[in-house]
Design a protein around this ligand. Sequence first.
Ligand code: DC
Length: 219
Amino acid sequence: MVYNIAIDGPAGAGKSTIARLLAHTLNVAYLDTGAMYRCLGLKVIQHDININDTQQINDLLANTDIRIENNGKRQLIFLDGKDVSTDIRAHAVSNMASEVSANEQVRIAMAQKQREMAALANCVLEGREIGTYVLPNAKYKFFLTASVDIRTQRRFNQLTATGQTVDYNQLRADIILRDTKDATRPVAPLRCAEDAIKIDSSHLTIEQVIELMLTYIKE
Ligand code: DC
C-alpha cells in the first residue's frame, strides 16, 4: 500500500528543502506542487495574459503540458517540453503563481494531477493544502511554519544566491501579501489540517526538523 507525507505551510518556511531531504532519507518520491503553479504563472507572464480573464486562463491551462522528473538529487520541471526549473524561481513568478492558484479550474486540474502522482509511489508532497484538500487521507501530515522575518531572510538568501536583486523590505511585504492571499482564497486555502503536526522551524536547523519528523514517522 502506497503512503504519502504532506508538508504544508507558508512561503519560505523551508518546505522544499525539508521535503526533498526527507524524501531522500526515506527513499521515496518527492513532489514540489508549488512548481506546477509556478509553471502556469510563468506562462501567464510570457503570454501577457490578464489574470482576471478566467476564460483565457482556462484555455492556457488546457494547452499547457507540465512534466516533473526526479533525477535523484533534483526535481526537473518541464513546461511544454522546455526545462524551466530555474526560470520558475524568479521572484515575479512567485506572485503570479499565487494569483493563478486562486483560480478554481486551475486548482482542480492541478490537484487531480497531484493525486495521480501520489497514487503511483510513496511520496512526500509539499504545498499549501495537501493535507486539507489534495490528500486529506495522507498518512502523515506536517505544517511547517517560521516567523515572517526568518522566512524573509531565508528567501532573500535563496534569491540573492541565484543572482537575483531583491529589496529585503519589499520581499517581506510580498511574502506577507502572498500568504494572506493564499490563506484567504475561497478554494482550498493555505491552512493547517486539524490532524497535522505543526512545526515551527524558526530556531531549528534543517537536520533538527527532519529528525523531529522522523520521530513521528517511525512511531
Ligand atoms: O511553494 P511555492 O512558493 O513554490 O508556491 C507558489 C504559489 O503557488 C503559492 O504562493 C501558492 C501556490 N500553491 C498553492 O496554491 N498550492 C500548492 N499546493 C502549492 C503552491
